[in-house]
Design a protein around this ligand. Structure first.
Ligand code: 13P
Length: 242
């Protein structure tokens, strides 16, 4: 049985005070969600410690949005896996398209980060996905397969989550057609050596479309941006109707 993982990616949103306010509204709304669903909040670095304290003893897990590959060192502005683990972080998003697009992340650095995260004991969520241009040129699969081939070199596929996030669907309200998202998730699975790797869909996931998305057989969860910022909306996503 593949795990179902519903993860919020807050990106660069929310102060510590706003984080506490979110948890106060969110926690009780997801207490009774089916136990086979993992609930994860991937928040800015500055919110991790307070989230960890606030969520102590809760089923909600904590994720970071990046991690460096070295244990420590002269890497100004970076954070190591040990630092994350110490404050209760269990998941980490790696290779999000915004990191690739705005911060020069490559398949090679994504690979370094993935391997270091795993060695330290974090569960990485590897993001892959194509631009609109690449899709229109008929290259969606080729781009994704290259991201997988290079990103997953030497990576342990028993401790891994993949998120398919078509870039043109992120923050646009233009969700990928569910059957197409399902097809791509299946194509991703065909490239893995462990068919139990959970594959999430991300890109304009909302409370209105989550039931349809989760009804697709190849989709094992969602990575949610904008709609994870609001407690009721994200709780409705976590409590999707199967
Ligand atoms: P939106 O849900 O806001 O489209 O963002 C998706 C995303 O990038 C999650 O990582």
């Amino acid at each position: 049985m593949r795990k179902i993982i519903l993860a919020g990616n807050w990106k660069m949103f929310k102060t510590q005070a706003e984080t506490i306010e979110f948890v106060q509204g969110f926690k009780s709304l997801v207490d009774d969600a089916p136990v086979d669903r993992d609930i994860v909040l991937c928040v800015p670095f500055t919110d991790l410690a307070i989230l960890s304290k606030t969520l102590h003893g809760s089923r909600i897990q904590i994720g970071a949005q990046n991690v460096h590959w070295a244990e420590n060192g002269a890497y100004t502005g970076e954070i190591s896996a040990t630092m994350l683990l110490e404050i209760g972080v269990r998941y980490v998003i790696i290779g999000h398209s915004e990191r690739r697009q705005f911060f020069g992340e490559t398949n090679e650095t994504v690979n370094f980060r993935l391997r270091a995260a795993q060695v330290a004991g974090l569960k990485p969520i590897l993001c892959v996905g194509e631009t609109k241009q690449e899709r229109d040129a008929g290259n969606a699969e080729a781009v994704i397969f290259e991201q997988l081939a290079k990103g997953l070199l030497g990576v342990d596929q028993t401790n891994l989550v993949i998120a398919y996030e078509p870039i043109w669907a992120i923050g646009t309200g233009d969700t990928c057609e569910v059957t197409e998202a399902n097809r791509i998730c299946g194509a991703i699975r065909s490239k893995l050596n462990n068919s139990d790797v959970p594959i999430q869909y991300g890109g304009s996931v909302k409370s209105e479309n989550i039931d349809q998305i989760m009804a697709q057989p190849e989709i094992d969860g969602a990575l949610v941006g904008g709609a994870s910022l609001e407690p009721e909306m994200f709780a409705r996503i976590v409590n999707y109707k199967a």
